[in-house]
Design a protein around this ligand. Structure first.
Ligand code: SAM
Length: 228
């Protein structure tokens, strides 16, 4: 007990410095991400507005989710999906501690994010597209969730903009190839971010028609396509 008291008393300045430094690093890291992700500019450019209902695939601990939540406001809603339930649990804890009520988490399947059908104004996939095991199937399973002409916004690292020795990325060509194999068409690529590119894609005309006329979608599972 005496030793503990002595340690706390003597090491107090170090303890204080350590806690201050940790806190400073957390703030700095969040700010640093904002400098290269420019979330406000990204949301302006793709048209995120108050009241929108937005899905996010691979939300993780919610870096982008909370920016979206603030922008859509109380009249809007964010469905934050991931296959990692622990990451979503930490996202929910932050919502509870900060009183955020417009985010709902959804644990999805590898091929299907299980987002609600027919109500989404937009879907974001931030820093997660290169991690998807079945990107084409997952994109196709988004179709029934999107309102007509609603975009999917993929923000992913561009290996030509910085060195990544781990090779943990997809090239622009590879991303475009996946999009081409899916039911989506490329609308445009925004290149103003320093490390990432933004791919804005929309459901191709043919699939859009099927989806609207049939008021149904197609669930992809392996090689199987099933009307739902
Ligand atoms: C690099 S993290 C990015 C997290 C967050 N978007 C961010 O920018 O901080 C990639 C995330 O994608 C998730 N992920 C991987 N495959 C997925 C899938 N098939 N469906 C949904 N999420 C997936 C991972 O669990 C992880 O949380």
């Amino acid at each position: 007990m005496k030793i503990r008291e002595k340690w706390v008393n003597e090491k107090n300045p170090y303890l204080f410095f350590f806690l201050f430094f940790t806190f400073f690093c957390i703030i700095l890291r969040a700010d640093e991400r904002d400098t290269w992700h420019q979330p406000d500019k990204v949301m302006d450019v793709v048209g995120v507005k108050p009241g929108m209902i937005i899905g996010e695939v691979g939300a993780g601990h919610g870096y982008f989710t909370f920016h979206l939540s603030r922008r859509v406001g109380e009249s809007g809603k964010i469905y934050a999906n991931d296959i990692a339930s622990r990451a979503l649990a930490s996202l929910r804890r932050k919502c509870e501690s900060e009183g955020i009520t417009n985010i709902e988490t959804i644990v999805g399947e590898v091929e299907d994010p299980l987002l609600p059908k027919g109500i989404l104004d937009m879907v974001f996939i931030v820093n997660a597209f290169h991690d998807l095991a079945k990107p084409v199937e997952l994109l196709n399973n988004l179709v029934p969730s999107l309102k007509p002409d609603a975009p999917v916004v993929i923000i992913d690292r561009d290996p030509t903009k910085f060195r990544d020795s781990a090779g943990h990325f997809l090239t622009e060509e590879e991303i475009l190839e996946k999009i081409e194999q899916s039911d989506f068409e490329l609308d445009r690529i925004e290149t103003f971010l320093t490390k990432h590119n933004i791919y804005v894609i929309r459901v191709g005309k043919e699939m859009q028609k099927i989806n609207e006329e049939g008021k149904c979608g197609i669930k992809i599972s392996g090689n199987k396509r099933e009307m739902i």
